[in-house]
Structures are given as C-alpha cells and as structure tokens.
Write a protein that binds this ligand. Structure first.
Ligand SMILES: [Zn+2]
Length: 127
C-alpha cells in the first residue's frame, strides 16, 4: 500500500510538461511504458533503515539507476539522511540537486521542491 501511494506521488511529481516521466538520477525519460500506458519506473527507498515507511522516502528511478542506487552507491544511508536534513530549502524552491556517487561516478539526484521538502520533514523525525 505504501508503495502504491509512493508510485502515484512520484508519477505526479516527475512527469514533465511534455508528459514524459524522467529519472531523478540520470534525468532521462523512463525507458519504456507498461501496457497500461504508464511509464515503468522503480520507487526505491531513498534512506533505508527508518522504523517506518513513508511514501515521501522514495525515489523515482529508471531500472539502471535503481540498481546502481541500491547496489553501487558510495554514500551511506546516514550520510544521505544528514545531507538532506541539513540542506537549506524553501517551500517555494522549484528543484533541489543532491550530489551522490553511484558506480564510481558523481551523479546528481534531482528532486522537485515539494518532494524534497516533504522528505526532509519526514527525515527530521529520525535525528
Ligand atoms: Zn536513470
């Protein structure tokens, strides 16, 4: 249930004005659509190890970036949580960029402002 809610939440935030859903890590259009006509994407947990599940704590990633995020990320969950919580962000910011290292390369995770703000609020409860 939490995942279905996360998917709807992410789909709404990462579909651009041209109707394309884009990956938060590579910023490319998701590679294919399902029979339903919706883009396929992976709703990966952003910071693992919280005692509760939050739909805000998910990323919209293409299959390749999802695999790298889960299996080839240099940043620990603690590091990620800390950089999100300490990031100065206003509720009106359009987009926030966070640098992470995936598979030995620096990549930029792009968040729409409302998602980042919601995520930061959730993570602040786990200081
Ligand atoms: Zn990607």
């Amino acid at each position: 249930m939490a995942v279905a809610q996360a998917r709807a939440y992410l789909r709404a935030r990462y579909t651009n004005a041209d109707g394309q859903m884009v990956c938060q890590a590579c910023q490319n259009e998701m590679p294919f659509k399902l029979r339903s006509g919706d883009y396929y994407f992976e709703a990966v947990q952003c910071v693992k190890g919280l005692q509760q599940h939050f739909y805000e704590n998910r990323l919209a990633l293409c299959p390749t970036c999802a695999a790298m995020y889960q299996h080839a990320r240099a940043n620990s969950d603690d590091d990620l949580r800390r950089s999100i919580v300490t990031c100065e962000v206003g509720q009106g910011d359009a987009a926030i960029k966070l640098e992470i290292e995936l598979a030995g390369e620096t990549r930029t995770l792009r968040f729409v402002g409302t998602h980042f703000f919601d995520l930061k609020t959730v993570l602040q409860g786990f200081e």
